[in-house]
Design a protein around this ligand. Structure first.
Ligand code: TRP
Length: 370
């Protein structure tokens, strides 16, 4: 029995990503489509390794682009906690897309969502995390002349003006069917998707004409986009296109990295040496003893350490392959492998935290409010 759950608010079990495509009705990124992106200049390990593996209407978006109709990029973050490495993944890829296509970026912080969905989280705290999380986004090097960041609570007027129109087209039975809401669900949650839809249409409102929008994000957000896309033509907008990545696994094994289990997640705010220690306790594909592992080799396919190289820390395919082979053949033991990754992680976090501190002074260059 291998039942897994993927919704915007719950991810559980070992995810079968192919099954998810069928379940959600998204498209696979084919070799042909990846090739087309590469010809546009997209050169990224997350695409080559199909960590970004699925989409909706990306072909349509590229066709428009080829006909000289530029698009915007939109993504977001639910600020309930500090940012962990899993959150950074789509942002790193999006940053590359901004470079390649020279697009404007919209970044939404759904402090309202987290207030509505997380028991015990105050509005003040959600707002505070919104700004803290924005620092991680800015730290990745976004261009302030082409990037806007807003929190729902602080940009409510602009967003609500769109959200309310979306709301008029979404019935209770639709949200209930998509999200499984119950009679006891608070009504804020029922309305919330309309707020997440709004930024997809905001550029069209700003420009007074339809602007194609691409949303890079993790696949768990698809439910929101199903609703957004159904409503779009009813309001005269283009349907937003999406490009989806897989979820970064937890250090404990196959489940995704989750901010609610801090021991098996690495936060951008973790002290680098402490983060390294978490990593060293991570689940591996090693044998029961060194002797056995030397004889039979390790299992990179199930190893959380290998996943970190693959998803984030080893952009070079040849080098990644070497790590794989050295593990499989029993040449490299887990201790050594963790040590190498640990050193990279420490370096990454140290640099990220330096950029993050700089971002604090630059927050106002990015934030919009009304
Ligand atoms: N709901 C998302 C979360 O909890 C945040 C979010 C808002 C988002 N808008 C988005 C994520 C657009 C991806 C793309 O993290």
């Amino acid at each position: 029995m291998n039942e897994f759950v993927v919704t915007p608010w719950e991810v559980k079990g070992e995810i079968d990503y192919q099954k998810l495509i069928k379940r959600f009705g998204t498209q696979l990124i084919t070799d042909q489509l990846a090739g087309r992106l590469e010809r546009h200049g997209v050169d990224h390990w997350m695409l080559r390794r199909r960590i970004f593996y699925s989409h909706r209407d990306l072909v349509w978006l590229l066709n428009r682009y080829d006909q000289k109709e530029p698009f915007v990029l939109y993504t977001g973050r639910g600020p309930s906690e500090n940012t962990h490495l899993g959150h950074l993944m789509p942002w790193i890829f999006l940053r590359h897309l901004q470079d390649v296509f020279g697009t404007k970026v919209y970044f939404q912080l759904t402090d309202d969502e987290k207030y509505l969905f997380k028991p015990g989280l105050t509005m003040e705290r959600a707002r505070w995390f919104a700004h803290e999380n924005a620092l991680d986004f800015i730290a990745l090097g976004f261009d302030p002349t082409k990037t806007v960041i807003f929190s729902d609570l602080d940009y409510a007027k602009s967003l609500y003006n769109i959200a309310v129109r979306v709301a008029k087209k979404v019935t209770y039975s639709t949200t209930k069917a998509v999200f499984g809401f119950a009679e006891s669900t608070n009504v804020g949650r029922i309305f919330f998707t309309c707020m997440q839809s709004a930024p997809a249409f905001l550029p069209s409102e700003e420009e007074g004409k339809n602007v194609p929008c691409l949303i890079p994000c993790a696949i768990d957000q698809d439910a929101h986009w199903r609703i957004t896309r159904d409503v779009a033509p009813l309001l005269g907008y283009y349907k937003p296109a999406t490009i989806y990545c897989k979820l970064l696994p937890s250090l404990a094994g196959p489940g995704k990295m989750s901010a609610s289990i801090p021991e098996t997640s690495i936060f951008t705010t973790d002290e680098p040496a402490a983060a390294r220690k978490k990593l060293e306790r991570g689940f591996t594909g090693g044998g029961v003893s060194i002797a056995e592992q030397k004889r039979l080799g390790g299992k990179p396919e199930v190893c959380s350490i290998y996943r970190y190289y693959q998803f984030l820390f080893e952009p070079d395919d040849k080098k990644l392959n070497k790590i794989y082979e050295e593990c499989r053949s029993g040449e490299m033991m887990c201790g050594e492998c963790k040590k190498r990754l640990g050193a990279r992680l420490e370096k990454f976090l140290t640099e990220h935290q330096r950029q993050r501190a700089r971002a604090r002074e630059r927050l106002d260059d990015f934030l919009v409010m009304d």
